[in-house]
Design a protein around this ligand. Structure first.
Ligand code: PHE
Length: 433
């Protein structure tokens, strides 16, 4: 549940639909599914094998398995990447808070088409919400993540599933929804380019929290009797299912509302209010309740992911640099708030500032999901495939040979980890560069 909780977040609800829209619809989904099965799953299992066999986080794991080597840099990479993700993630978390506020105070009416544009280009509201989201993250990290958040996650994730299905059914029945369905189901292979492949791979890494040590750290808490394969399959399966549900909830409504599918990061914030406003015309109370519940759960799902990103940096400063937890949290807050503020302003006053052709927000997003997470994932599979002893990897994956299905699949998995994953990641990485 915890691993699925880290995976499921804004990546599924917010990022997946707009990536589908920006990278050609169904063709992106086909590549995405392929990447999830043949690349992301082996990477996820590699991180799990390292984590559970050492029972420590990235730093400690490298210290145990490859003491005194340059692999410690992988530990450092996994401290910085999640913090860059956290900076722009909290901007989107802030948007969700603003929309929750709107649901509570007035609901969504006729102005839905201009709502998002006016919200992000008038920077103070967006900045305030970004600050609130990040402060909530920091407060929870400071207080400790243990029982409250974990318990809440167990309730909020099923609720989120139910709500997304409700919205999907509603959205599929809107007039004009069928073009959205064909957009999701009929691949146009003429749109297949290296950047589509790179984006799909990046999205699958982002969605499964790969290459940044989160899965490794969570796996270090697994029992020796737990099954790495079924845990990994379960998390990846739920994550994939959730992304597809979100896609089928959003895309038909995008077409029904006449919104441009390639609209980018604002896509769901333009589409969801449209759905709620339509729903509201027929059943105002139901629409209000559904929209409040929906944005509450989005904020919670986002928080459970943002906490895991923040915790990595805080734990590093406390354990390796001897800082107090309070000081470490404040430092991380200050750093991510500053970068996040630049990301937030890149939708308004800083929209003309470009880094390598992208706005600051898009640059941070691409830097992490297309490069840093990719690089981290590459290093994890190389570590398991080439640095660790094959017999040790097999023992960990099969619980000392006691799991028959795992023993049967090990040869295939090892082949994917050792040869296929590194080569494919490298090819896609270099081509997209
Ligand atoms: N997987 C999370 C999501 O889909 C994002 C995330 C990335 C979480 C990296 C932790 C680490 O929202």
């Amino acid at each position: 549940m915890a691993m699925a909780g880290s995976a499921i977040g804004l990546g599924n609800i917010w990022r997946f639909p707009y990536m589908v829209g920006q990278y050609g619809g169904a063709v992106f989904i086909v590549v995405y599914l392929t990447a999830c099965i043949f690349l992301s799953l082996p990477i996820l299992l590699s991180e799990s094998i390292i984590g559970r066999s050492t029972q420590s986080g990235t730093f400690g794991a490298m210290e145990k398995l490859a003491p005194g080597t340059a692999w410690k840099w992988l530990g450092l990479l996994t401290v910085f990447s999640p913090l860059i993700i956290l900076s722009f993630y909290s901007v989107v978390g802030g948007w969700s808070i603003e929309y929750l506020w709107q649901s509570v105070t007035s609901g969504f009416g006729d102005d839905v088409s201009t709502l998002f544009g006016s919200f992000i280009s008038a920077p103070w509201g967006a900045l305030a919400c970004h600050t609130i989201f990040l402060a909530l993250t920091a407060i929870i990290v400071l207080a400790g993540v243990k029982s409250g958040i974990e318990k809440f996650n167990k309730v909020s994730l099923p609720v989120l599933f139910i709500l997304i299905i409700v919205i999907m059914v509603y959205s599929l029945n809107l007039p004009g929804a069928s073009s959205g369905v064909s957009y999701m189901l009929k691949p146009d292979f003429s749109k297949l380019t290296p950047s589509v492949v790179a984006a799909a791979m990046g999205q699958s890494f982002f969605s499964l929290s790969l290459g940044v040590g989160t899965i490794l750290t969570y796996s270090s808490y697994m029992k020796k009797s737990d099954n790495i394969l079924t845990t990994g399959l379960g998390s990846a399966g739920f994550d994939l299912l959730f992304a597809l549900l979100a896609g089928f909830a959003i895309m038909p409504a995008v077409f029904a509302a006449g919104i441009e599918p390639g609209a980018g990061p604002g896509l769901i914030f333009e589409t969801l209010p449209f759905i709620f406003a339509k729903m509201g015309a027929a059943a105002p109370v139901v629409s209000r309740i559904v929209s409040i519940l929906f944005f509450v759960t989005i904020v919670i799902a986002a928080l459970t992911s943002s906490i895991s990103m923040c915790e990595v940096g805080v734990a590093y400063l406390v354990e390796e640099k001897g800082m107090s937890r309070l000081k470490a949290t404040l430092l991380i807050f200050a750093g991510t708030w500053t970068l996040g503020t630049l990301c937030s302003l890149s939708f308004g006053p800083l929209s003309e500032v470009h880094l390598f052709g992208d706005t600051i927000f898009d640059f941070c997003d691409k830097l992490t999901s297309n490069y840093l997470m990719t690089f981290g994932s590459l290093l994890f599979v190389l570590f398991v495939g080439w640095k660790m002893d094959r017999a040790a990897v097999c023992r960990e994956f099969t619980n000392n040979g006691t799991l028959r299905a795992n023993s049967f699949l090990f040869g295939l998995l090892y082949f994917l980890i050792r040869y296929i994953a590194p080569v494919v990641i490298l090819i896609i990485f270099v081509t997209s560069l």
